[in-house]
Design a protein around this ligand. Structure first.
Ligand SMILES: Nc1nc2c(c(=O)[nH]1)N[C@H]1C(S)=C(S)[C@@H](COP(=O)(O)O)O[C@H]1N2
Ligand SMILES: [Mo]
Length: 172
């Protein structure tokens, strides 16, 4: 089939629009269909409620691709956590910041450099040993580090950054 110049341009425009639609879709955060369990605020570009990003369990499960198998100060045996890596979470919300203020249901909060979370491969865990973390078991969301991966993580500094019952993250 001969392709003339007109057809070639039309094809280019079509391909360019397809690429545009796909990439725009990738940045779309979506909206929660259940009660949100996490609010992300601050320096983010992908929002779904005013200036904030509200995420329900389903949305977080879609992003959940990270696992950490480790011993911890909280359980006798080694456990396996499953959840969302910080690079994934922060790309979904379009983070433009450098630090996170992570706040829990009991109002405990801690500010952590994003670089530290990423370098040490911390995750925002949704599950432990295949089961959703309940509020009575440090859920629904728990910041965990792979404590067994480096001696410096088995330390009060990192235990204090292991925020359980997380409900809000402010990107600063
Ligand atoms: N939600 C919440 N997470 C928290 C804390 C807290 O008080 N509330 N304390 C932190 C500190 S200082 C430490 S050392 C560990 C201790 O966890 P534990 O109290 O279950 O031993 O959790 C961290 N995460
Ligand atoms: Mo602590």
């Amino acid at each position: 089939m001969p392709i003339n110049r007109r057809k070639f341009y039309a094809l280019c425009v079509l391909l360019a629009s397809m690429v545009f639609i796909v990439s725009a879709g990738a940045e779309e955060l979506g909206v929660p269909s259940e009660s949100p369990i996490l609010v992300v605020a601050g320096n983010i570009t992908n929002t779904n409620k005013g200036s904030r990003a509200l995420l329900d369990r389903r949305m977080l499960e879609m992003m959940s691709e990270a696992k950490i198998k480790t011993k911890t100060p909280w359980y006798t045996d080694e456990v396996e956590f499953e959840g969302v890596s910080f690079p994934r979470l922060l790309s979904e919300v379009g983070s433009t910041g450098e630090k996170l203020l992570i706040t829990a249901l009991d109002d405990y909060s801690v500010e952590i450099d994003i670089d530290d979370l990423v370098k040490n491969k911390a995750i925002l865990a949704l599950k432990r040993d295949g089961k959703n973390l309940s509020v009575s078991d440090k859920g629904p969301l728990f910041v965990v580090y792979p404590y067994d991966s480096k001696p410096e993580l088995k330390n009060e500094k990192y235990y204090a950054r292991s925020v359980w019952q997380v409900r809000r993250i402010e990107v600063r």
